[in-house]
Design a protein around this ligand. Sequence first.
Ligand SMILES: [Cu+2]
Length: 478
Amino acid sequence: MINFSRRDFLQKGAIGAGTAFAISNSWASIFTSSDLKNSEVDIIIELTAKSQKKTSGNEFKTEYWTYEGKLVKGTRENLVSLPNSYLGPTIQVNTGDKVRVIFKNELSEKSIVHWHGLDVSHENDGHPHYAIKNGDSYQYDFVVENRAGMYWYHPHPHGRTGFQVYQGLAGLFIVRDKEEEKLQLPTGDQELNFVIQDRSFKASGELDYRPSMMGAFGDTLMINGIKKSDPIKVKKGLYRLRFLNGCNARIFNMSFTGGQFRQIGSDGGLLRTAVSIDRFYFAPAERFDCLVDFSNFEIGQKLSIDSLPLVEGRGDKYSLLEFEITDGNSVTFKKPALLSNMEQIKKTEAQNLNNPKKFELIPKRGLGWTISGRAYEDDSYVDDEIVKFGSTEIWEFYNPTGMPHPMHIHGTQFQIVKRESGQLKGCLDLGWKDVVLVMPGDRVQVIKRFNTFKGTFIYHCHNLEHEDMSMMRNFKII
Ligand SMILES: [Cu+2]
């Protein structure tokens, strides 16, 4: 066991000093990862986590925990708030932008923000170690290195992530780049983002969070932080639809009744070419980017994206999103043949090609979940969790349990090299990924480069209740 200490970090960052940006004195402590000079920063956002009453499409006001954003420097597109939604504002940036986020915690408990899918240093990654208490601030400074894609942000304090996300804390982080811009994909009102979540409410209107070994599930569908209601009106034409499964634990079995998905991207941006896909398992934290052509439908016609039972014959299908074709002129967009020059990592690049690191997704004696029998401990990692900076490794996840485990590795995006499926087939394995769904009986190998930042990061199950029950571990890049 090796320890890393919070002191190193605090000393490096100092408190307040060195951050020339003025922050109100009422904040007890300001922790900063400041690497950027003030004048270099392109975008400055203040992001405050606080309790707030919202209707979110319900007949009653519910107390949510929300991220409230304030743009201090940047353009209007950099920070777009969603009216009535409990979700945090959508942050939109370009690859190469230098971003500063000043996170303020006004919650009654500790929290920290993780930029899901972004390749940032460990101080900027929202490691649970850095959770700050009520009244404190944490300053993030990072350069956006990722490709264009749909990323997101959410809390990451150990043991409380599931609860805090369920209370409403999450938001989208959209990255754009030159490569994507050249494609002229559908944009404007023909580009739609959907965050799909489930929630339960008490009769009083308050959120009803019920964690269990299975995770926390809700009986009400929330689309972009608002209770699902009327069909979404679309015109005849080509649309780009992007989805985030923002649920704590629920996996969807996505199917487009009457329509067709043409997948163009995954967690880490565009694929090389588009792929037609009829149905797929969609796990918490995964993203799916597709083109849908509504051109050949009749005005008034309705289509539905459904979730089929995870196992055929067990349970009912239910509708996630309905679309209704309406009158009106759409803008004409093309379907590009080549989407990107996405690189495929060669297996032979891995230093441990013949000896992948093996992780078993297994329950803890008593209650809870582990990775290879090891539960999360704040400062600890074992030899297998040490990685040499600059290396490429294959990690293998094996799931001998009856429960699916969507595994998320922080840091760089990875690729799936091999999947031996159990009974359930149809996971999203294409492109750059930061979450891999490991279904019961599955053995999945992923390949990942550890060539951007040294330091301590985490990997964990993104069933948030599993994560909170310690199905999370550190890994250290040295
Ligand atoms: Cu799990």
